[in-house]
Design a protein around this ligand. Structure first.
Ligand SMILES: *[C@@H]1O[C@H](CO)[C@@H](O)[C@H](O)[C@H]1NC(C)=O
Ligand SMILES: *[C@@H]1O[C@H](CO)[C@@H](O)[C@H](O)[C@H]1NC(C)=O
Ligand SMILES: *[C@@H]1O[C@H](CO)[C@@H](O)[C@H](O)[C@H]1NC(C)=O
Ligand SMILES: *[C@@H]1O[C@H](CO)[C@@H](O)[C@H](O)[C@H]1NC(C)=O
Ligand SMILES: *[C@@H]1O[C@H](CO)[C@@H](O)[C@H](O)[C@H]1NC(C)=O
Ligand SMILES: *[C@@H]1O[C@H](CO)[C@@H](O)[C@H](O)[C@H]1NC(C)=O
Length: 353
């Protein structure tokens, strides 16, 4: 029901922008509500994709499922062995323009471990993707998708298990290669102090390394390869420093974005403030395409952490372990750096087997 309402309101907004209401018969409404799919007569032609490719400096790729090299007629023993070896690891997904880290949840549409004569289709991943190098590429992608009425998706690392960075038959905007990191002193009516401007493709391990060199630290996630801009902040951004500084979304100062109308804007608490609030937790792949983000940096300090793992044999064991853990929290809280680790204590007490 919710989806249906969303589809209808989306159709209305497209319709108002592109059509003259009195001139359009009511059944046109339904037609405009549906995005074009491969095979539709007005799905962009080869020549149109080629023109888009030229606009973005040859950085348009056709989507290919990673498992295709394990399927007829593309079967290739060496390439297939490699995909099988790396299938449960992270890099093949974040280094790829369209494939996301949840192939099984994305309907398992091309499984490299199935027989070579099995079906291998794109399924829910993007049909094409632009390897974004800056706002101009994103604008070209948004305009093309609007003009051709095709779905748009945004992928950074693909660290997402519910498909927010995928999109069946979409044109994907792949932000992974926007890697700039620059520390500076920020000043506004909201905050004055150290900050960092991050390209949309920066991953936690890259940020943590550069921040340490400056004796600073910045809120990001636990997983070293997770992106720290874009989808992470748009889904609030949890991480090991949240007990001390709040969510990553509490630490942002501004976003540089391309909107779904193809505008290149800055959103902060003073300028385009509604968009700023929406981007701080409003959901990945929704309000705008983030090109860069400026976020607070904090003076570096000690960090301490720990985890408690026990086997759940029966309820009494379970609750006595929880009790012991909670008693120890008072001791842990006196350890320098521990009080920023509340997220970690929560994880530990939950990690029972
Ligand atoms: C886009 O152009 C580049 C460079 O010419 C080419 O390698 C690539 O295959 C093209 N992409 C598509 C989807 O045709
Ligand atoms: C998932 O795949 C099955 C076939 O394997 C297909 O019938 C179904 O429509 C797909 N569902 C989605 C949501 O893509
Ligand atoms: C696929 O190959 C297997 C093993 O060679 C065979 O048993 C099966 O019938 C084939 N399936 C199809 C759909 O051709
Ligand atoms: C994406 O573009 C960047 C910048 O031009 C380039 O270095 C990189 O190799 C490209 N990646 C892919 C997979 O095309
Ligand atoms: C920011 O200001 C501090 C204090 O004045 C100074 O030590 C630091 O070097 C400045 N940082 C940058 C990146 O300019
Ligand atoms: C939990 O059980 C597993 C399997 O029986 C065992 O290998 C492991 O050492 C146990 N862990 C603890 C903390 O008792």
């Amino acid at each position: 029901m919710v989806h249906l309402l969303f589809a209808v309101s989306f159709a209305v907004s497209i319709w108002v922008e592109t059509s003259n209401a009195s001139a359009v018969p009511s059944n046109h409404f339904t037609v405009l509500a549906c995005h074009r799919l491969p095979g539709d007569h007005d799905w962009p032609s080869h020549a149109e994709w080629t023109r888009l490719n030229a606009t973005v400096g040859g950085r348009l790729t056709a989507g290919v499922p990673l498992g295709q090299v394990c399927q007829t007629p593309d079967y290739d023993t060496d390439a297939c062995d490699q995909v099988q070896e790396q299938w449960t690891q992270v890099p093949i997904y974040f280094q790829n323009p369209v494939n996301v880290m949840s192939p099984y949840r994305q309907n398992n549409s091309c499984n490299p471990f199935s027989l070579p004569n099995s079906t291998c289709i794109l399924g829910n991943i993007a049909s094409y993707a632009i390897n974004i190098t800056g706002a101009a590429d994103a604008i070209a992608g948004v305009k093309f998708a609007m003009k051709k009425n095709i779905r748009l998706s945004v992928k950074n690392t693909g660290h997402d298990y519910i498909g927010l960075s995928a999109g069946r038959s979409s044109l994907g905007l792949w932000t992974h290669n926007l890697k700039s990191i620059s520390f500076f002193n920020y000043s506004s009516s909201v905050y004055t102090g150290p900050a960092v401007r991050l390209g949309a493709g920066v991953q936690a391990i890259e940020l943590y390394g550069s921040a340490t060199e400056k004796n600073l630290r910045v809120t990001a996630g636990y997983c070293p390869t997770g992106g720290v801009v874009g989808g992470y902040v748009q889904t609030a951004g949890r991480g090991p420093l949240e007990g001390q500084y709040g969510l990553a979304a509490d630490n942002t100062l501004e976003f540089e974005v391309v909107t779904t109308k193809g505008e290149h804007l800055v959103a902060n608490p003073e300028q385009n403030s509604n968009l700023f609030w929406a981007l701080n937790g409003g959901g990945g792949g929704t309000y705008a395409i983030v090109i860069s983000q400026t976020t607070r940096a904090h003076a570096d300090r000690p960090v301490a952490g720990g985890s408690l793992t026990f086997n759940k044999t029966d309820d009494d064991t379970f609750y006595s372990a929880i009790e012991a853990w909670q008693k120890h929290l008072l001791v842990f809280d006196d350890i320098a750096g521990w009080n920023c680790e509340r997220a970690s204590t929560t994880t530990a007490s939950a990690s029972t087997r």
